[in-house]
Design a protein around this ligand. Structure first.
Ligand code: F3S
Length: 392
């Protein structure tokens, strides 16, 4: 792989031992995947933020890096943490967990990372442009950035994202290149998709079949960005889809050649079967929405649905801190709190320790429904948000 003289100096340790170590990691990665050179990235999203995911070894690693002077070179955001960083006590997070989580956040802050913990950085102040090269780690954010925005990122792991943040570089391979962005399977949809949960069911079904290929969807006449974030998140969870195209909708779909591609058909029957397979529970202890983190439009919708009602179950609406602040300014938090629910920032149902609080969780997210049984030992009720809130 070609390296500029400055990049060679980084590799040789002239910019410190931490930078040299991370450059070695990126060069190795580039060699494995046949990258021709390094490219600068305009932003990074780092995963491995929750204490539940990285534990004491992860915390020790991050502290060590921060203390050795690691500082980011580019705009870097964080994936969700294991708790609401402000309201953790009210939500029943154990103090020991909270202290460790805060120490992780402090290490990231010391490195110059923006301390906003969300899987929707594009809704929280980190919006890439079409064709911009970025290095993001969280799979739903990767999918949204590639597919809906047309930015370019591979699905980074925790260490490679941190390396990109500190060097400002990523190896030029995979989804940074035009050829890897071509579709390789056609998905003909013949079903009405009304709720984001329907898009989640579609994504779960398709992701299982296509795995890490690039699907091209036909037959989706309407979808808003919340529907698309739900679709991408579910495909990234049941498969490893990092890029998809929707005919007439996503920015790179026009002019893509789909002739001769393997084709799969998805109708109501497949969606109903998916709903059935993902429903493993009956009586939910809690309804948790916001996977990926809820947009303001989704928070407004939930506030309208619960206004004047009294919920008999716990309700969390997971979102970014900035969306929560706007919701508070609009009085939506009061509406949701009066009904018995909470707007929860910085975290989500998968990376917080909900297994210590609930046994059955109701969600409207195909991704959450996929992960909750294994990551959080939950039984799952999976349905659309209207139905879940009516039942609650
Ligand atoms: Fe985001 Fe957590 Fe879902 S990180 S995509 S809300 S599992």
């Amino acid at each position: 792989m070609y390296l500029s003289s400055e990049q060679e100096r980084m590799l040789d340790g002239e910019m410190g031992e931490v930078t040299a170590r991370l450059m070695r990691l990126l060069v190795r990665l580039g060699d494995v995947y046949g990258a021709d050179r390094m490219i600068p990235v305009e932003s990074v999203q780092v995963s491995g933020v929750s204490y539940k995911s990285i534990g004491d070894p992860g915390l020790a690693f991050l502290r060590d890096f921060a203390d050795r002077g690691a500082r980011v070179k580019t705009l870097t955001f964080l994936n969700p943490a294991g708790m609401d960083l402000e309201n953790w006590k009210e939500l029943g997070i154990p103090r020991d967990f909270a202290e460790k989580q805060q120490a992780i956040i402090d290490a990231f802050r010391q490195m110059g990372i923006v301390v906003t913990a969300t899987c929707t950085p594009y809704l929280a102040g980190n919006l890439p442009r079409f064709r911009e090269h970025i290095a993001w780690a969280e799979s739903s954010a990767v999918s949204f950035a590639n597919s809906v925005i047309g930015a370019r990122t591979n699905r980074e792991g925790g260490p490679s994202a941190l390396a990109a943040a500190i060097t400002g570089l990523t190896p030029n391979y995979g989804l940074h290149l035009d050829e890897a962005r071509q579709p390789d399977i056609l998905v003909e949809v013949d079903a009405e998709l009304e709720y984001t949960a329907d898009f989640g069911a579609l994504g779960h079904h398709v992701g299982k079949i296509v795995q890490n290929r690039v699907p091209f969807f036909r037959g989706i006449p309407r979808a808003n960005t919340d529907n698309l974030k739900g679709l991408g998140a579910a495909m990234a969870a049941s498969g490893a889809v990092a890029l998809y195209h929707v005919d007439g909708m996503t920015p790179e779909a026009d002019g893509m050649d789909t002739a001769g591609l393997e084709t799969i058909h998805v109708g109501r029957e497949e969606l109903d079967e998916t709903y059935e397979a993902l429903n493993t529970g009956e009586q939910a202890d809690a309804v948790i929405t916001g996977c990926p983190h809820a947009s303001l439009r989704e928070v407004i919708e939930i506030a309208r649905l619960v206004e004047g009602k009294t919920l008999t179950r716990e309700l969390w609406v997971c979102t970014s801190r900035s969306t929560k602040e706007v919701a508070e300014r609009m009085g939506l938090d009061d509406v949701i709190e009066r009904a018995g629910g909470h707007i929860v920032a910085d975290t989500c149902m998968v990376v917080s320790p909900i297994e210590d609080m609930f046994a059955t969780t109701a969600v409207n997210s195909g991704k959450a429904a996929t992960y909750l049984p294994s990551f959080c030992r939950q039984k799952v009720v999976f349905s659309n948000v209207r139905k879940l809130l009516e039942e609650a």
